[in-house]
Design a protein. Structure first.
Ligand code: 26W
Length: 820
């Protein structure tokens, strides 16, 4: 009855050692003396995994018994980062593991460093999902993350002659020790075919979908342990597999090739993460991915969690949170289940559906809003298209009723766009199909309601809300910055790790000279650690004694890596022209980390330019080594965890109104970097909290950007009047960075001079002047450190625990259920 009598979880040094050795021998099949690092890592990871299983099983049983309301976070991306350290932290087994391994003459840190992270996300949105499931677990909220187990994650970036070259990310070749496959819980997902009308037993007219294709969705479970709670939640990622039924038919007819082809087509669905992160390409496979994981997830929740319960109570049992529009096809899918499978009437089905979904928007760029052609959608999901049409019909009926005679508004608000082709606007479908719509920072939510979805917020003002993003302090402080964490523990106690508001207690320490010295020593040690890592990882040699100026994020024109580069070139140009003596330069290391979407030409050209400028600047004798650019390839979560704690200056320089929130900005501030930034995204809130004196604000604000756009923006005029800007651009055009080739970077430079959609040139002067102030400020060690400490003390707001509390209070209303 109670199997705990026969087994026990490895929570003591002895039992940990024993389970580790058992794993090594009976699961890896090697002896300790022959074990390679890979074997040791696998055995260790599985040992730690087994320590989470009891809590995981107990959590599921308890939530099922209590019929607890569950948060189901639907996300096409979960950028989890390395798992081992986090699992050890959450199970409080770090020291047990360290000792157990040491007794076997093994080193925990070496095995931790060996781990390769699963890169199942592009950037901010995917990492946010990972922070959110961490916080949901920490707060003992019944929650499940649903997504896709991509066989290949975000590509591995390499540089060849300074240009980005993508390599496949084969993260699964050695198997993942963190997952538990459950093929017995696979579900079928349908595609294609047609719909039919028929009359049921009661004589009522009904519709059914007769699909043409089936794919099996196989669940892989990942345990999501919560910090200082026994609760362990689930992340369920779906993998596509061909169904036997289809294969066999063809196989028996002797057509092996087409049987195999069918299998390949089916399994392609979860093959690879789309590396596009702002311009949806309207690709069929992408829509298939979206429907695949959403259909599997809804089916899974309804069948395995709700089982036979009455679906009319669905909104009290689950809330489906849509992470951007990627899972929005779930809205018509739930309607289809309720109407066609459960026989509910339209009004009741719609009421349940609308009350079950909520939508988070992560962008403002019009080109990033997903739109699916009616043609493609109708071919892949004919029943869903019918349902979407009906949703739209009813919705436009409401619009006409509310605004009689306003046909222009009806056309603007239609879920179906007519030009340039008939297509479904997924953000509109999400808004109509949800109870709440939220943006991800105060400014973003405001612009969302006032600009992108203005007609909708006029119709339903109470539907719109804000939840400012946050980041998990477990991973991005406690684990990544042990030096700072130790200092905080001593100064204010350990409670901050899951109650980050306690950082406020640090405030008085900003005025304590000996604390400042310790704080500075931690920052210096973090720089040294990062320098060692880069030497080893990339063969990049850097001085540790410099201002670390860091810009890491996806490469996008709106984020303006070009602005940062123009600053660097300006510093070089000043020295070349003799305006500044190299010996007067503040030693500075500028670190870039950025992947470009493979099809994004401008982004790739900018990467090339950064690398070419780096090659010259880093070897320029005139600079005496005082200005260095480091651009390590393949920026990822693992590197972020080492780099962010070493940073002095955080670059958050997007054009105002374009960055929805940013989350890197929060990680830097929490680790004691000062921000140079525009009034954009969550920078606005960071600055309000840390105070103007502790933040380097520059550039136009959003209304100024709008005004300039309205007057007509002419970038060349800035080039003409600003000698510094001219100097930098001319230096690039001179061929100095391209072996004398004056046209090498024409694509980038002519765009800047004649288009410059994101107004780099307009903000250049303000940016460079502010950087000059940074340089002066950094020289005053005491004042700088004081500001850095105040950044830590005043940014506790940006924990994802607070974001989750906001979602709970404003949107989810799901109570915590800590298990005994
Ligand atoms: C190709 C379709 C597509 C479009 C947009 C894929 C992925 C996206 C994401 C929305 C890109 C993304 O990561 N957005 C970022 O989300 C973060 C978390 O809310 C914000 O902090 C960033 O500002 C936002 O750019």
């Amino acid at each position: 009855e109670n199997i705990e009598r026969f087994i026990s979880s490895p929570t003591t040094v002895e039992s940990f050692k024993s389970e580790f050795c058992r794993q090594l021998r009976y699961e890896q099949g090697v002896d300790l003396v022959d074990a390679r690092t890979e074997d040791l890592y696998q055995a260790l990871a599985r040992t730690v995994r087994s320590a989470m299983v009891d809590g995981w099983i107990a959590t599921q049983a308890s939530h099922r018994a209590a019929k607890a309301k569950t948060v189901a976070y639907l996300s096409a991306e979960f950028l989890m980062g390395p798992q081992l350290e986090n699992a050890l932290l959450s199970t409080a087994l770090t020291e047990v593991a360290r000792t157990a391994l040491a007794e076997l003459e093994l080193d925990l840190d070496e095995l931790t460093a060996y781990e390769t992270e699963p890169g199942l996300g592009n950037g901010g949105l995917g990492r946010l999902a990972a922070c959110f499931i961490d916080s949901l677990a920490a707060k003992s909220i019944p929650a499940i993350g649903y997504g896709i187990r991509y066989e290949y994650g975000i590509f591995r970036q390499t540089f060849v002659d300074g240009r980005q070259v993508e390599q496949p990310d084969r993260w699964l070749v050695k198997g993942s020790p963190w997952e538990l496959a459950q093929p017995e819980n696979s579900v079928t997902v349908n595609f294609g075919g047609h719909t039919e009308q028929y009359t049921d037993e009661t004589g009522a007219p009904r519709t059914r979908w007769v699909p043409a294709e089936q794919v099996l969705a196989v669940p892989y479970n990942y345990m999501v342990p919560g910090f200082e709670t026994r609760n362990v939640n689930t992340l369920r990622l779906w993998s596509a597999k061909a169904t036997d039924a289809f294969d066999l038919q063809i196989f028996n007819s002797g057509d092996y090739e087409s049987a195999v082809r069918r299998q390949t087509v089916a399994e392609n669905i979860s093959k690879v993460l789309y590396p596009e992160d702002s311009t949806p390409q309207g690709k069929e496979l992408r829509l298939k991915q979206q429907y695949f994981f959403v259909a599997a997830s809804l089916r899974d929740y309804l069948d395995t969690v709700l089982r036979d319960d009455d679906l009319s109570t669905l909104p009290e049992r689950v809330v489906f949170q849509l992470n951007d529009t990627h899972p929005v096809i779930g809205v018509p899918e739930l309607m289809r289940i309720l109407l066609d499978e459960r026989g509910l009437g339209w009004d009741e089905a719609w009421d349940i559906t609308r009350r079950t979904f909520n939508y988070t928007c992560h962008t403002l760029l019009p080109e990033a809003l997903e739109v699916w052609s009616v043609d493609l959608l109708g071919r892949l999901l004919p029943r869903h298209l019918e349902i979407i049409y009906r949703i739209n019909e009813d919705f436009l009926g409401l619009v006409r009723e509310t605004y009689p005679g306003d046909e222009l508004r009806v056309r603007r608000m239609s879920i179906i766009q007519e030009r340039p082709e008939r297509a479904v606007r997924m953000a509109f479908l999400a808004t109509v199909g949800s109870t709440k719509v939220n943006g991800v920072a105060a400014l973003h939510s405001q612009l969302l309601a006032d600009k992108v979805l203005d007609d909708f917020s006029a119709l339903w003002p109470e539907k719109f809300t804000n939840v400012t993003n946050g980041v998990t302090p477990r991973r991005f402080m406690r684990l990544s910055n042990p030096g700072l964490s130790g200092l905080l523990d001593e100064a204010i106690g350990t409670g901050w790790t899951n109650d980050l508001a306690q950082l406020a207690k640090l405030e008085p320490f900003a005025d304590d000279a000996s604390f400042r010295a310790e704080f500075r020593a931690v920052k210096q040690a973090n720089k040294e650690r990062f320098v060692r890592l880069l030497a080893q990882r990339d063969g990049i040699e850097l001085p540790a004694d410099a201002l670390y100026d860091v810009m890491v994020k996806r490469l996008h024109e709106y984020k303006r890596q070009m602005l940062k580069l123009l600053h660097v070139v300006t510093l070089y140009d000043r020295v070349l022209k003799g305006e500044v003596k190299a010996s007067d330069l503040q030693p500075r290391v500028v670190v870039f980390g950025a992947k470009a979407a493979p099809g994004y030409k401008m982004a790739k050209e900018i990467i090339h330019l950064i690398n070419r400028v780096a090659a010259v600047v880093n070897n320029a004798p005139e600079l005496e080594g005082r200005l260095r650019i480091a651009f390590p390839a393949n920026y990822n979560v693992t590197l972020a965890e080492r780099l962010i704690p070493a940073a002095d200056l955080s670059e958050q320089i997007s054009l105002a109104g374009k960055e929805a929130s940013g989350t890197g900005n929060m990680k830097f501030a929490l680790n004691g970097a000062l921000t140079i930034g525009t009034d954009d995204g969550a920078n606005v809130e960071i600055r309000q909290l840390v105070g103007d004196e502790n933040f380097f604000l520059f550039g136009m604000d959003e209304p100024a950007v709008q005004a300039l756009e309205d007057r007509g923006y002419n970038p060349t005029s800035y080039y003409e009047v600003d000698a510094g800007l001219r100097g930098a651009i001319d230096l690039i055009s001179s061929g100095l960075f391209s072996d004398g080739d004056r046209t090498a970077f024409e694509f980038v430079i002519s765009d800047l001079l004649y288009k410059d959609r994101f107004m780099v040139l307009a903000d250049y002067r303000s940016y460079v002047d502010t950087q000059d102030r940074v340089e002066v400020a950094y020289r005053d060690e005491d004042a700088w450190t004081r500001s850095a400490i105040l950044n830590v003390a005043r940014t506790g707001f940006f924990t994802s625990d607070r974001s989750i509390q906001d979602y709970l209070d404003r949107i989810w209303h799901a109570p915590a259920k800590p298990i005994a």
